[in-house]
Write a protein that binds this ligand. Sequence first.
Ligand SMILES: NC(=O)C1=CN([C@@H]2O[C@H](COP(=O)(O)OP(=O)(O)OC[C@H]3O[C@@H](n4cnc5c(N)ncnc54)[C@H](OP(=O)(O)O)[C@@H]3O)[C@@H](O)[C@H]2O)C=CC1
Ligand SMILES: Nc1c(N[C@@H]2O[C@H](COP(=O)(O)O)[C@@H](O)[C@H]2O)[nH]c(=O)[nH]c1=O
Ligand SMILES: [Zn+2]
Length: 409
Amino acid sequence: MSDDERWMTNALALAARGRGAVEPNPMVGAVVLDAAGQLAGEGWHRKFGEAHAEVNAFAAVGDKARGGTLLVTLEPCCHHGKTPPCTEAVLRSGVRRVVVAMADPFPKVAGGGLKILRDAGIEVTVGVREAEAKKLNAPYLKLLATGRPWVHLKWAMTLDGKIATRTGDSKWISGEESRAIVHELRGRVDAILVGTGTVTADDPALTARPSGPRTATRVVVTASGELPERCQLRSTARDVPVIVFTPAGNESKLARWADDGAEVIAVSTPSPPALRGRGQGEGEERPAAADRFIGEEGIPPHPNPLPLKAGEEGIKIARLSIGDILLELGRRRMTNVLVEGGAGLIGSFLDANAADEVHAFIAPVVVGGDTALSPAGGHGFARIADAARLIDAHVRTVGQDVYVNGRLH
Ligand SMILES: NC(=O)C1=CN([C@@H]2O[C@H](COP(=O)(O)OP(=O)(O)OC[C@H]3O[C@@H](n4cnc5c(N)ncnc54)[C@H](OP(=O)(O)O)[C@@H]3O)[C@@H](O)[C@H]2O)C=CC1
Ligand SMILES: Nc1c(N[C@@H]2O[C@H](COP(=O)(O)O)[C@@H](O)[C@H]2O)[nH]c(=O)[nH]c1=O
Ligand SMILES: [Zn+2]
């Protein structure tokens, strides 16, 4: 490993300290070396709206940066945002070299920062530990490229692959240590999504306990608009935000949720109402409001499309497009969202090819039962070759449970 790579690894670790506190900004870390190559300063972007990594790294360095090197995990910014351009701080510092892990695709930067530094005669190297830097900021990059947040799916299942007993009882399958990991995740995401079945069966609070760097909006997805009258989400909607996504026409059923402080978003579904999208490359149309964040990339078409299907007794049920829900959350600049279940909603996300990362907890308990639910419902994949497969599964034991975490693409 070269010295640049070694220092950049440190800078990436510094960047990760900002996780949960900096979004929708990227996580960024920086290391300053003096002219002799010795560590002179380090810093990271600590919180949205506050100083950037480079400025924090230079803060206590003084003259020692002169003739030295800055290693930074993302191209220094060159625009006046919430803080002045970092390129100015770099030029003032007197460093001779700047090593950058990756260019910043943010439209106001997009190579402009690198150009300013090169034009000033600084030796600029780009691409050191680039793959790791892209992985670290995958949610930021996805939001920029697609207008949609990074989707984490989480479930806790028994050894026989169930997320609840046949009666719907599920508290608790995973152990305390596993649940602590889930609460840590809840405390750093922008939204936690559940379907009607989970609200009805579990009456969840969906809060992070203890609280984390940010407070997630609780999101319920309901095609029927038939949510329980009394439940924690509704009764606490004024304390911690709640959004209900439902097809247009259900507003009156949810009027009391709105009265209690929930935001009810009625989504127009295609006419006539139909099972839409599930696997049809849904959500590729983009509302103008989100254009600023969107690149050319959409959610790729599903390999296993489901034909449109009537609901019970020939009544068509208006399923909401997961792609559209994500666009709305992305428009609010949500960077990470967590789908906590249950089987129906997780199935909707997998069918829409809309999930990015999985957190599965497997507990040493067996419940059995033909009708007990598995983690993912929906249509599912017909062929193993097409199935959603983790590309980089990390497996570890947590207490008595096994925790599998990895990305889907
Ligand atoms: N062990 C674990 O990790 C977890 C276990 N659970 C367990 O899972 C069970 C609940 O699972 P399940 O019944 O599948 O419930 P879900 O929470 O997945 O709810 C399913 C419902 O969500 C709505 N929904 C899902 N996708 C869409 C869509 N694309 N558009 C519109 N609405 C949609 C529909 O609501 P509607 O009917 O209103 O139209 C659907 O019937 C419970 O027993 C619970 O305890 C739940 C979460 C985690
Ligand atoms: N049963 C189960 C989980 N269930 C999830 O937790 C929700 C309850 O959240 P709260 O009311 O905030 O404690 C529940 O609705 C479901 O989404 N999670 C886990 O880590 N392990 C478990 O065994
Ligand atoms: Zn900056």
